[in-house]
Design a protein around this ligand. Structure first.
Ligand code: CMX
Ligand code: CO
Length: 134
């Protein structure tokens, strides 16, 4: 199967600590993982929900994908991430289908995953991330 799980939903926030405090207060949940991913210009926190995660994203700088998103649209849903078994094969398939890739090759994501983004103009205005777990 090509898509094996809804890995996470990414949500852009201005202040990671404040957003985590609200998740704690409103939903009584704790992040399982928190990490600065320099290459993506974000600090991210993962909150487990069933077999998937909520990924809270705060920008490290204004001139980053999440920084630009926040300036333009404010806080909110930023992307959906699907788990795949073989990200190289997935990218090859999408390329063959003429889909607009943001990442031609996978890069390193949080938690030692390999990730790649597909442009929101390719499908329903949704930024899609593919994730291959180690
Ligand atoms: N979801 C849906 N549409 C989006 C979007 C998003 N997250 N971000 C931008 N867009 C839309 C814009 O609204 C704009 O649409 P219009 O032309 O209709 O106005 C269009 O895409 C281009 O927007 P832009 O501001 O000119 O483009 P950016 O320079 O901000 O780049 C994108 C957009 C998606 C290419 C860039 O954000 C990117 O490369 N993202 C991938 C990396 C990333 O998001 N990393 C952070 C998450 C890391 C993680 O998950 O670990
Ligand atoms: Co993500």
């Amino acid at each position: 199967m090509f898509l094996i799980n809804l890995d996470h939903v990414g949500i852009a926030v201005h202040d990671l600590d404040a957003a985590l405090d609200e998740y704690r207060r409103q939903y009584r949940v704790e992040p399982t993982h928190r990490e600065v991913v320099e290459s993506q210009g974000v600090e991210e926190a993962m909150i487990a929900v069933g077999g998937s995660y909520i990924q809270l994203l705060a920008p490290l700088r204004e001139d980053s994908p999440v920084g630009k998103f926040l300036a333009r649209r404010g806080e909110g849903m930023h992307h959906v991430a699907y788990a795949v078994v073989d990200i190289d094969a997935a990218l090859e398939h999408l390329r063959a289908e003429g889909v607009r890739l943001i990442d031609e090759e996978p890069r390193r994501g949080g938690g030692d995953t390999r990730i790649a983004f597909v442009h929101p103009k390719s499908l329903a205005g949704t930024l899609i991330e593919l994730v291959e777990s180690p």
